[in-house]
Design a binder for this molecule. Structure first.
Ligand SMILES: [Fe+2]
Length: 249
């Protein structure tokens, strides 16, 4: 047992060269992620050291907490790209958002274009306390509006842990599931690691994301991966290549 655990790989060693991170809080000063451009640069450079070559910054949009507008996010991305260029760090950095599925979100996707990861794929999250009452209506209407929901870190929603069928229901309702990489090192706790392992073994995830906010998250990439079977993780990590883009928009 000791032999096996000693030989488990650390998370950063499982990231393939040329990986695309589709979920990170890298734009400075607009959510609970990087506070300053210096923070952004540190986070990006650390992740480049893991083999990540493209980034999609996904600041939160949460009514009353992080009221980021699309215009603010785009202008923050432009400003960040300029500062990166000034620092001689040319980084393919795109901007999207991590939308909390609340009432405002429902109004937003009916009215105007969402900031997508690529094409029509849109990153969504729920409160950690409970799912929205209208969850399945929101998912239905979102898809009717032409979008593909990518649900961030389903393993972190504790209210589903004793009701595992809910995950199958989400997938059936058209949600693609995104694993937070740090879940598999136990960063969010042992229970979340176990649910992540179960979802992985059942082939329910489509993509992975770092969800990096700060340097403590970066440090956790040096921790050992707790999974018994690494194969399902290897298989979904490469799916992130779907989000590859040739140009910085
Ligand atoms: Fe996030």
């Amino acid at each position: 047992m000791f032999f096996f655990s000693r030989n488990k790989p650390v998370l950063k060693d499982l990231i393939p060269e040329g990986h695309i991170d589709i979920h990170a809080h890298l734009l400075p000063g607009i959510d609970d992620g990087a506070a300053t451009f210096a923070d952004s640069l540190q986070l990006i450079q650390a992740m480049q050291g893991f083999g990540i070559t493209q980034f999609i910054a996904t600041p939160h949009i949460i009514q009353g907490i992080w009221d980021n507008t699309h215009e603010q996010i785009i202008s923050k991305k432009e400003e960040t790209l300029q500062l990166l260029a000034n620092s001689k760090a040319s980084v393919p950095l795109h901007a999207a958002a991590e939308y909390l599925m609340d009432d405002q979100f429902a109004r937003l996707f009916q009215k105007k274009e969402l900031l997508t990861l690529k094409g029509k794929h849109v990153l969504v999250e729920m409160s950690y306390i409970n799912a929205p009452i209208q969850l399945y209506n929101i998912l239905y209407d979102l898809q009717l509006a032409g979008y593909v929901p990518v649900l961030a870190h389903p393993e972190r929603y504790l209210f589903y842990h004793n009701d595992f069928n809910e995950y199958a229901k989400l997938v059936k309702a058209g949600c693609l599931l995104q694993l937070n990489l740090l879940s598999v090192v136990g960063y969010y706790g042992g229970e979340i690691a176990k649910i992540a392992e179960k979802l992985l073994s059942k082939g329910m995830y489509s993509y992975v994301g770092s969800d990096v906010h700060h340097l403590r998250h970066i440090a956790a990439f040096d921790q050992k991966v707790l999974l018994k079977d690494l194969q399902p993780l290897h298989e979904i990590i490469v799916n992130n290549q779907f989000f590859k883009r040739d140009t910085i928009e």
